[in-house]
Design a protein around this ligand. Sequence first.
Ligand SMILES: [Zn+2]
Ligand SMILES: [Zn+2]
Length: 274
Amino acid sequence: MQKKKFDFHVHSDFSSDSETPLENMVTAAIEAGITDLAITDHVDYDYDLTADITSWEIDEAVYDEAILNFKDRYQKAIKLYKGIEFGVQPHLAERMSAFIDRNQFDFVIASQHTVDRIDLYNGAYFNQYTALESIRHYYEMYDKCAKMTDAYSVLGHLDLYLRYRKDLKSVSVLQFMDIIDSIFDHVIYQGKGIEINAGGHKYKLGDNNPSIDILKRYREKGGEIITLGSDAHTPNYLGLMHDENIAMLDGLGFKYICTFEKMKPIFHSLKEFK
Ligand SMILES: [Zn+2]
Ligand SMILES: [Zn+2]
């Protein structure tokens, strides 16, 4: 039997920041030995737009049809899951819940890309605060978003800000653990999870998002639901750090890695990957 290999965070040209056709992502994933693939294109409402990107929304019917079509066409080679990466902001609770309700997703990543309605990507967010304040406020807002709705499966790239402000890596995350604990208490109690997003390696952080300190804390709190994703926008990053991250989780004392089907976690013992 083929060895299991998961990628639960992948973009295609349904996302405004990817040019890879969905079918190319699927066939490349098959070539890369991936057995379970969740397509998680972006939906970000009420977002800072630019001349290049004029919308972060998708045509829901076309997206649905494309994924179901490829799921069927390639079913002998790969298990395909219909996912979404939804950009969370506190004022979007109702729109998010309605969006998730009317679409039949297997898997939803709730990702905070924006704080105070400012895109983290361009750095302007950090100009209004000291370094410590900006990080604390970032986690406080994520905490709010994690609690505003239960219409998600996992929280995405928990320490995303590090991608755009590498210098903040020198600020120990331990001083924000009170808020991170509050997030984890909620997530664990609600049967939600977090993802390990290998995209941090693509950004040369030398770690995933979130970093190992945060993963250790999740383990201490009893967190068990974790998905693995590359955040690939192009085929070359599919399955990024998969085997290394399985070994890392094993070393930290985790027992399982999860896939999601119809919003329900499926637990796979780490022993199955040895
Ligand atoms: Zn993201
Ligand atoms: Zn993403």
